[in-house]
Ligand binder design. Sequence first.
Ligand code: PRP
Ligand code: URA
Length: 209
Amino acid sequence: MSNLHVFDHPLIQHKLSILRDKDTSSKVFRELVGEIAMLMCYEATRDLPLEEVEVETPVAVAHCRRIAGKKLAVVPILRAGLGMVEGMVAMMPGVKVGHVGLYRDPETLEPVKYYFKMPPDIAERDAIIVDPMLATGGSAAAAAQFLKEAGVKHIKLMSIIGAPEGVERMHAEHPDVDIYLAALDDHLNEHGYIVPGLGDAGDRIFGTK
Ligand code: PRP
Ligand code: URA
């Protein structure tokens, strides 16, 4: 699929192998989610437009390039997306952060919205939605829909692990949204968990199970 990018960088793949391990502690899990987000951010922002600028060094004028174009917002889907924010902000210190609160109904697996708070100028920004898991795609599709309703024109989705079902749903509902993953896994199980996946990302980040 043209709008799906799966990063095979060795550093990302190495960290992902530790993240998946059921014996990895919450502390290390949290750190790895942040580090992987930082590395993925570096790759997912490759297409940001640049403009020529002249900078006076102590020696002479240097012809340099700086990021131009629309400002960005990082939009974590609560809770687990919070784990990716620090890594993104480390790469892009000026970025604004908007929050979407969603949980999956355990019976229907459909997302339930409980929070939505964006920077006031969100309609003038491009958005990168972050959530470690893209399973059925219900949460990411809903987040993208809320952002479009708020006026955002250009949206990217960054997840650490995706399932084919989630990618297909995003492709069907939001074909304009580029998807960035560290891994595309095999399938969803009967509880909507990604197989092999890494379990419940929120619980592992926050130690709630
Ligand atoms: C998890 C995960 C995603 C969602 C993915 O959140 O962080 O947001 O499931 O599943 P989907 O693609 O089928 O929608 P969860 O609902 O467990 O909430 P939490 O982050 O608060 O634990
Ligand atoms: N949410 C998770 O945290 N893990 C999964 O495998 C699926 C949804």
